[in-house]
Design a protein around this ligand. Structure first.
Ligand code: PLP
Length: 386
């Protein structure tokens, strides 16, 4: 094995060094941010550099993409202006009349878009229990289904999808499988190795990790016609990530293995402790043997079960809202995957049609001390239930 090839490095090594690239002109260890919107033509009117215009071409963006492709073991990656932009770009690269199968339990904003807007593009969308291979098999229509969309672990119940099982069903029907792997991160699961064709990340979350960039990413098993349509749409519709955000994303990714490792350890610790808490009816975390997706998660996730968990309170919705009101260290905010821990009453934000129970609090475990995190939430739970 050639150890000089960054593709052969461990994720921690390639992330820390952003693939070890330096700026050839200055020998800078941290490559410069390329902000130019346009590029010089050769005297004979050619563009031999391959760079024409900033809506399609940016070197800092390419550097971020190279790191993501290496982390995912992908043929190529693309970064876009948000996770939603990355996700919808896959659906918008389909053709009118195409049938899509997506999960009932998934990121709510994308589910809303699929339910309310996707039809305007001629897509017919069917939602299924993606953790049930029988249900997926019954939903796909050979020849008509072009895309199966999965998310694992899935918001906000942390349902687990058997990627290899769903990939087999999708491929037999002639469809591609795309996986929103935001919460697994490439450190815990590499969906392409399990048969997925596309991987999507809200890079806003763990990849960047510092709650200061909105970004999305796609990674592909092969640069086929679908990938080229997505790439062309990104250029034409102007969905590319800005170079300053791409730089921050590269900087954030240098520590993603360490942050994910810390978040996984704390989340498991908290899941175990809250399982024994008198105010807590149920803890939803794929790392607990009681979670319905635990067996598949053990097979599919390496090094941990993620930093996301949810707790359901014995006192119902009122207790959940009152608990969130009383935390101090945990921050009451939407989003996830940052260094700071966040707590959210999801039903309030997800609204009608959500599978989220009203007594549920979603926890995004950051990298703080797990004892401090437990103490703060324990105090809030006891005060809310007093
Ligand atoms: N997918 C998942 C799992 C998410 O949690 C989110 C955002 O919360 C998204 C996609 C959308 O990402 P963004 O907010 O960057 O558009």
């Amino acid at each position: 094995m050639d150890t000089r090839n960054p593709r052969n490095w461990a994720p921690r090594t390639l992330a820390a060094q952003a693939l070890g690239r330096i700026d050839e002109a200055s020998r800078a260890i941290v490559p410069p941010i390329h902000v130019t919107t346009t590029f010089l033509r050769d005297p004979d009117n050619q563009y031999r550099s391959g760079n024409i215009y900033g809506r399609a071409d940016n070197e800092t963006v390419r550097e971020a993409e190279a790191v993501i492709a290496a982390l995912e073991g992908a043929a190529a990656a693309m970064v876009l202006g948000s996770g939603m932009s990355a996700a919808t770009s896959v659906f918008l690269a389909l053709r009118p009349g195409d049938h899509v199968v997506a999960p009932k339990v998934m990121y709510w904003s994308l589910r809303n878009w699929l339910m309310t807007d996707a039809a305007a593009w001629g897509l017919s969308v069917e939602l299924v229990d993606m953790s049930d291979l029988g249900a997926v098999r019954a939903a796909v229509r050979p020849g008509a289904t072009k895309l199966v969309w999965a998310e694992t672990p899935a918001n906000p119940l942390w349902s687990i999808t058997d990627i290899a099982g769903v990939a087999e069903i999708a491929h037999a029907a002639g469809a591609v499988l795309a996986v929103d792997s935001t919460c697994a991160t490439p450190l815990l699961t590499r969906p392409l190795e399990h048969g997925a064709d596309l991987v999507m990340h809200a890079a806003t979350k763990y990849l960047n990790g510092h709650s200061d960039v909105v970004a999305g990413a796609l990674a592909t098993a092969r640069t086929d016609a679908l990938w080229e349509r997505i790439r062309r749409n990104r250029a034409v519709l102007g969905q590319i990530l800005g170079p300053l955000e791409a730089f921050l994303l590269i900087r954030g990714m240098r520590t993603v293995p360490l942050r994910v490792q810390a978040a996984c350890a704390s989340a498991l610790d908290l899941a175990e402790r809250f399982s024994r808490h008198p105010a807590v009816a149920e803890v939803l975390y794929p790392g607990l043997p009681t979670h319905p997706g635990h067996a598949v998660a053990r097979r599919q996730m390496v090094g941990g079960f993620g930093g996301m968990l949810s707790i359901r309170l014995r006192g119902g919705e009122a207790a959940a809202v009152a608990t969130a009101a009383r935390v101090e260290l945990w921050k009451r905010a939407t989003s996830l995957g940052g260094v700071e821990s966040l707590i959210e009453h999801r039903a309030s934000i997800e609204g009608a049609g959500s599978p989220c129970p009203p007594d549920l609090l979603r926890l995004s475990t950051g990298i703080e001390d797990a004892g401090d995190l437990f103490a703060d939430l324990d105090r809030a739970l006891r005060a809310a239930n007093a």
